[in-house]
Design a protein around this ligand. Structure first.
Ligand code: TXA
Ligand code: MG
Length: 352
C-alpha cells in the first residue's frame, strides 16, 4: 500500500482545542482516515456515508471485508436517517447508557452503504462518551465509521502509541488524547431477536443491561469454546486481540491458578523459553521466575479492563515466547475481560 504521511496531534481530552479537531474533521469530510480516542479504545474513523473512504479503513487495518463497522454519532437526532425504526427498548437503553460503551443494532436504512454492514440488514450504532470523539463527529457533520484503530488481529489500542505502532504511514492523522478509560470495546447488543442478545460483551455489562431489559442473554459463543456454534457477530469468529507470543489462560480457584502457573513457568523456562506471567496485585509477589506484570487488583476489575490490552502489548515488547495469564471471574466487566483473554489465547483456557 502507498505510504501516507501521518500527522500526529496532541489534543487536551477534557477541553479539546477546536482548531485541531476541525483539522481532523476536514480530513474526515475529504474522505481521509483519522484515528481518535473514545472512552473504550481508539477508533479509526472515516466518513460513514462515503463508501470509498470506508474502503480505506479495511485496507489500512487489513480487515476482512465481511466484518461490519460501527457508526459513531454525537446526537440522538443523527440516528433517524440511518435506521428504519427505533424500537422502544432502544430508546430506554439510549437514555440510560448513551453516551457510553453500548453499541445497538438497528434495521439499516438505504442511506447506509453496504460496506458498513458487510451486507447485513442491521447497522451498529453508538454514541461514544469522550469529548474528543463527540467534538470530531459533530464538527465533521457525518456519522463516523470506526473500528478499533489496530491492525486486524492485534489487541485494540488504548493509547495513541499503540495506534502509531500499528498504523503509522497508513492513515492521515492520529489525534492523541491520552489513555482511554474503559480499555475494552463497547458491548454490542442485538435487539432484533427475542430475547435480546449480547453479541460482544464490553464496557456495559449483562448485569447493567438487565436493569432495563431483564430478559437479555449472552450469545452462547462468547465464553464457551464450541466450534459448532457460529457467532452472530462476524467479528467474534476471528482470532483477535492476539499477542505475538503463545498464550494460555488459567481459571479456577486462585491458589490453584498460582500453583499451576508456577509449575508451567518452571517447565517452560527449563526448555529455554522466555515466559511472561500476567499476574494481579494479589499474586504478583508469589512468582519467582519469568517476566511478571500485574494487570491490576482483583478487587478493582475496572482497572484490570483498563490495563488488559496494554499489558498484552507489553509482553510482546519484552519479547516473551509464552504468556501465562491468570483468569478472572466472568461476571460484570469480568465477562468482557474473559472474552478478550479467550480470543487472545486462541481459546487456550485451562481449568485448574
Ligand atoms: O468500543 C468500540 O466499540 C470501538 C470504538 C472505536 O468505538 N469500536 C470497535 O469496533 O470495537 P470494531 O470494528 O473493532 O468491532 C465492532 C464489532 C465487531 O465484532 C463487528 O463484527 C460487530 O461489532 N458488528 C458491527 N456491525 C454489526 C452488525 N450489523 N451485526 C453484528 N455485529 C456487528
Ligand atoms: Mg476491533
Amino acid at each position: 500500500m502507498e505510504r501516507i504521511h501521518t500527522k500526529i496531534v496532541k489534543v487536551n481530552e477534557n477541553n479539546p482545542e477546536k482548531e485541531l479537531i476541525e483539522e481532523g474533521a476536514k480530513l474526515i469530510k475529504d474522505g481521509k482516515l483519522v484515528a481518535f480516542p473514545t472512552e473504550t479504545v481508539y477508533g479509526l474513523g472515516a466518513n460513514g456515508l462515503d463508501e470509498e473512504a470506508v474502503k480505506k479503513i479495511f485496507i489500512a487495518k487489513n480487515r476482512p471485508q465481511d466484518n461490519p463497522l460501527i457508526l459513531h454519532i454525537s446526537s440522538v437526532e443523527q440516528i433517524k436517517p440511518l435506521v428504519e425504526e427505533i424500537p422502544k427498548e432502544a430508546k430506554f437503553l439510549m437514555d440510560r447508557f448513551w453516551p457510553g460503551p453500548l453499541t445497538l443494532l438497528f434495521k439499516r436504512s438505504s442511506l447506509v452503504p453496504s460496506i458498513i454492514t458487510a451486507g447485513l440488514d442491521t447497522v451498529a450504532i453508538r454514541m461514544p462518551d469522550h469529548p474528543i470523539a463527540l467534538e470530531l463527529i459533530s464538527s465533521s457533520g457525518v456519522p463516523i465509521a470506526a473500528p478499533s484503530a489496530n491492525t486486524s488481529g492485534k489487541p485494540s489500542p488504548t493509547s495513541a502509541k499503540h495506534v502509531i505502532e500499528d498504523l503509522y504511514g497508513r492513515i492521515h492523522m492520529v489525534i492523541d488524547g491520552g489513555k482511554t478509560g474503559v480499555g475494552l470495546e463497547s458491548t454490542v447488543l442485538d435487539l432484533s431477536c427475542k430475547p435480546p442478545m449480547i453479541l460482544r460483551p464490553g464496557g456495559i455489562s449483562l448485569e447493567d443491561l438487565k436493569e432495563i431489559i431483564p430478559d437479555v442473554k449472552l450469545d452462547l459463543t462468547i465464553l464457551k469454546e464450541d466450534k459448532n456454534l457460529t457467532p452472530k457477530s462476524p467479528g467474534q469468529k476471528y482470532r483477535h486481540y492476539a499477542p505475538i507470543a503463545d498464550m494460555f489462560v488459567f481459571v479456577g480457584e486462585l491458589e490453584g491458578i498460582v500453583k499451576v502457573i508456577k509449575e508451567k513457568a518452571g517447565e517452560l523456562i527449563k526448555e529455554g523459553k522466555t515466559v511472561g506471567i500476567m499476574a494481579t496485585e494479589e499474586t504478583k509477589n508469589r512468582y519467582e521466575e519469568g517476566v511478571v506484570i500485574s494487570v491490576g487488583s482483583r478487587k478493582d476489575m475496572a482497572t484490570i479492563g483498563h490495563n488488559l490490552f496494554n499489558t498484552i502489548r507489553l509482553f510482546d515488547e519484552k519479547k516473551v515466547d509464552v504468556i501465562l495469564a491468570e483468569g478472572v471471574e466472568a461476571h460484570h466487566i469480568g465477562t468482557a475481560i474473559m472474552n478478550r483473554l479467550k480470543k487472545a489465547s486462541g481459546g487456550k483456557i485451562i481449568k485448574v
